[in-house]
Design a protein around this ligand. Structure first.
Ligand SMILES: Cc1cc2nc3c(=O)[nH]c(=O)nc-3n(C[C@H](O)[C@H](O)[C@H](O)COP(=O)(O)O)c2cc1C
Length: 230
């Protein structure tokens, strides 16, 4: 499985006009992309996907956007693990369900985690919404910016995917299970290093919507307040 994905990480150089920042015309051929601010403001989570596979060249662009994210000290130690073999994905979903089902909901537990446990015990829980692609972001276990760096990678990929008409949803379950023995062994089997842990994930695919496009709306902000000083 790993070898079939290797080609995805060979990044073909893209040339940009240094003044306008625009890409070579051939690069964007066949797919119009939106401007950066629109892609950011209209990105919403997708939790229903079609089984249409994500084309290699599209996936490549999303991964590249992730790999170009900033990182603390320019460390670039985020490791992107791309799973798109449906059998592997479904087997992973079964393991995740089984491991959550062994856990108990405790008082004050993070609501989403409690929800995962309850649904896993119910028996029909699919943590990645059956998306055709799951991208995991791993990073060094003992690196202070591990979550921050992975988050930058994930956010870049979510915005890029929206610009390319794909839907995404942040998937945190494998972070919560990142010290679980069964899941850890699976991750190492996928190529994660012993000193790395998963800090986040992303379900990626074509949205199962009426028009086939992501649900794009500038949802009103209720929080994230801004204080100007001066
Ligand atoms: C750190 C983080 C963890 C998240 N974990 C999950 C998750 O495990 N499952 C899920 O369905 N959504 C998850 N989300 C998505 C949020 O629920 C979603 O971004 C939020 O409700 C706002 O909706 P929007 O993305 O459509 O704007 C996560 C988002 C963040 C930033």
């Amino acid at each position: 499985m790993q070898s079939s994905h290797k080609g995805l990480l060979k990044t073909a150089p893209i040339s940009y006009n240094k003044t306008t920042g625009s890409k070579d015309p051939e690069e964007s051929e066949g797919r119009k992309t939106m401007d950066a601010l629109t892609a950011i403001l209209t990105r919403r989570s997708t939790r229903k996907f079609t089984d249409r596979p994500v084309e290699d060249e599209v996936l490549q662009k999303i991964l590249e956007a992730g790999r170009y994210a900033p990182s603390g000290g320019n460390n670039q130690t985020t490791h992107l693990i791309v799973i798109r073999d449906l059998k592997v994905l479904r087997a992973l979903a079964v393991s995740v369900r089984e491991e959550f089902a062994k856990m108990e909901v405790t008082l004050g537990m993070y609501k989403s985690m409690a929800n995962s446990i309850t649904r896993a015990k119910g028996g029909s829980y699919i943590f990645h919404y059956d998306a055709p692609v799951l991208i995991l972001t791993a990073n060094k276990k003992d690196y202070g910016n591990n979550i921050a760096d992975c988050s930058c990678v994930l956010e870049n990929m979510m915005i890029a995917a929206n610009a390319l008409d794909l839907g995404t949803c942040w998937i945190n379950q494998l972070k919560w299970l990142n010290e679980n023995e069964v899941i850890l062994e699976k991750m190492i089997g996928f190529g994660m290093a012993e000193d790395e842990r998963v800090w986040g994930g992303l379900a990626v695919g074509y949205p199962d919507s009426e028009d086939g496009l992501p649900y794009r709306v500038m949802a009103e902000r209720k929080g994230n307040r801004v204080t100007f000083v001066g």
